[in-house]
Design a protein around this ligand. Structure first.
Ligand SMILES: [Zn+2]
Length: 130
């Protein structure tokens, strides 16, 4: 598996190249633009890097301050592997079997996936005033 990323030239969204290996047509997961490799910018590790990293304390801030709607939506549509349980200001996580998962583990899981990492970054900064 390759760690290379692909950047959409239309919306600048970065996603994992491994999702599209063996496929001739690449579809941007964000704006749905379709094209061949020429229509997308191939990123090496230097450019994909940690530019969209969110620290654990940022993640805590995100959980405390963002609307339940955006958090539920993110975990339901994107993270999938874990579900979020929201009780007022208290957020907890469970895996598919209903086992409690520490926030640190969920944070690490998101940061290890460049697509999720970028989506969380977008939610964290783009929705900063919501
Ligand atoms: Zn795009």
């Amino acid at each position: 598996m390759s760690d290379d990323g692909i950047r959409c030239k239309k919306c600048s969204y970065d996603f994992a190249k491994s999702l599209y290996e063996e496929k001739d047509i690449i579809t941007c997961p964000y704006c749905k633009k379709k094209g061949s490799e020429q229509d997308f910018e191939i990123l090496n590790e230097v450019t994909s890097g940690d530019g969209y990293a969110i620290t654990l304390s940022d993640f805590e801030y995100f959980l405390k301050n963002k609307s339940s709607y955006h958090k539920r939506d993110f975990f339901k549509k994107d993270v999938k592997f874990f579900s979020i349980v929201i009780k007022g200001e208290l957020n907890s996580f469970k895996d598919k079997k209903g086992k409690d998962i520490p926030m640190e583990e969920v944070h690490a899981y998101i940061q290890n996936d460049i697509v999720l990492q970028r989506k969380l970054y977008n939610l964290y900064y783009v929705l900063a005033h919501y």
